[in-house]
Design a binder for this molecule. Structure first.
Ligand code: URA
Length: 430
């Protein structure tokens, strides 16, 4: 077998066999296949696609590139959640303790942010002292003792995805449904859960820009899950404006704590309850209405917040110490009217520019910076009224400031009409 033939096959839209995919993944990991050859193959996949069978096979060889966690000694039912990534998406921080507060075991391995979207691990690290790296035995011990743990992915879990994802990120090969499905599902299956709920974000702030592609991705992930006997439910949710008001690590943790104290934004609450309902219904095998009642009660009566505090304490975090910049710039609207849309992608990019996110994998982020919206889609704003606050650090010099301030008004579409077309939960597919 040789890589040139394999690239040529995919260039001609032919199907790759399991053996060929295994050859590619093994030899890319051991360095025999070079980055430029792999990039060429990835681009051919982006352009010509893969059949469902090829994607299932690619997922299989990716899973087999590393360790597979066996959590069956903890519980028969382990539930996991994943998001395809969005702007201001702090859902995991609330959802995980909420579901654990109903007695379901949660073993969560999360990632860091890359590109315009954030990552749960960076958010948790804005809590002083919070440890995101645990050995497998400590991870399992914690789940047995308190019912949940959230850690960064261990280095030997799907190492093929780590190497391929890093290359995709810098070669314009991220946006491919089979590559995204195999990347997500290989990690979910290798991390040991048998019930997986996936939040598939749709809109300009998400990887899937339209509903048709989001449905294709959801169907494919459900199919891959079924081939491993995992139950997968996909919730399609809107990402045409940021979720909640806060974007940036420490600010998002504070907003999550507010919701856990029953004082958070409505859109975030609706999404958390929808996802938690699915997780609890499947995890306890109870009907949707009962699951929804249970999660709504536990969110509103403080049980979920108690679980969150327990999680933070167990992983050595100090919940009273979350770094937030006190250098705040208020951005005013240049127009009067109803907010019709907010460009989530550009706000994600802006947060990255403030150093809330990374441009390169090894960049050091600033947990204290970010954006807090003062208005959401549907709100009325007056000229000169505040649109948002920027929490900046002294790294933003005057030239940067001018560029930033000049652009922000363009991210808000303001109209005379109060009509807008937005539904947070687009569909639930199982
Ligand atoms: N999230 C992943 O884990 N992988 C992708 O390819 C895209 C989003």
């Amino acid at each position: 077998m040789d890589i040139l033939n394999i690239i040529t096959k995919k260039k001609n839209s032919e199907e790759l066999s399991l053996e060929e995919l295994k050859y590619v993944v093994e030899n890319f990991l051991n360095g025999n296949i070079k980055d430029y050859q792999m990039s060429s193959l990835l681009m051919a996949i982006v352009l010509n696609g893969m059949t469902d069978e090829e994607t299932v096979n690619l997922t299989k060889v990716m899973i087999e590139s590393g360790d597979v966690l066996d959590l069956s000694d903890i519980d028969k039912v382990i539930v996991d959640k994943h998001s395809t990534g969005g702007v201001g998406d702090k859902t995991t921080l609330i959802l995980i303790p909420l579901v654990a507060s109903t007695g379901i075991k949660i073993a969560k391995m999360s990632g860091r942010g890359l590109g315009h979207t954030g990552g749960t691990i960076d958010k948790l690290e804005s809590i002083e002292g919070f440890q995101v790296k645990l050995e497998e035995d400590e991870f399992k011990k914690q789940i047995k003792e308190i019912g949940l743990s959230v850690i960064s992915q261990t280095s030997n879990l799907v190492p093929a995805d780590k190497k391929i994802y890093a290359l995709r990120d810098v070669t314009g090969t991220t946006e491919s449904i089979p590559l995204i499905a195999s990347s997500i599902m290989s990690k979910k299956i290798a991390s040991g859960a048998n019930i997986i709920v996936i939040d598939v974000k749709v809109g300009n702030g998400a990887l899937m820009k339209n509903e048709t592609d989001a449905r294709k991705l959801a169907d494919l992930m459900i199919k891959i899950g079924a081939s491993y006997d995992r139950k997968v439910v996909c919730v399609l949710s809107d990402m045409t404006e940021p979720l909640g008001y806060a974007i940036g690590n420490g600010l998002e943790v504070l907003e999550s704590i507010n919701l856990l104290k029953n004082n958070g934004p409505e859109d975030l609450k609706e999404l958390v309850i929808t996802l938690a309902t699915q997780m609890v219904s499947l995890g306890k095998n109870i009907d949707i209405e009962d699951a929804k009642n249970e999660v709504t009660t536990n969110l509103e009566n403080g049980k979920a917040y108690d679980k969150f505090k327990q999680l933070v304490e167990y992983q050595h975090g100090n919940i009273d110490k979350i770094k937030i910049s006190d250098n705040i710039l208020s951005i005013k609207s240049s127009k009067t009217g109803f907010i019709k849309s907010i460009d989530a992608f550009s706000l994600g990019e802006l947060a990255k520019l403030l150093k809330a996110g990374r441009t390169n994998k090894d960049d050091i982020i600033d947990h204290s910076v970010g954006i807090v919206l003062s208005k959401k889609v549907g709100d009325y704003v007056l000229e000169d009224e505040e649109l948002l606050k920027l929490y900046v650090d002294n790294i933003v010099d005057d030239d940067d400031k001018k560029v930033i301030l000049g652009k922000i008004n363009q991210y808000f579409e303001i109209s005379d009409s109060s009509d807008y077309n937005k539904k947070l939960i687009i569909d639930i597919i199982s």
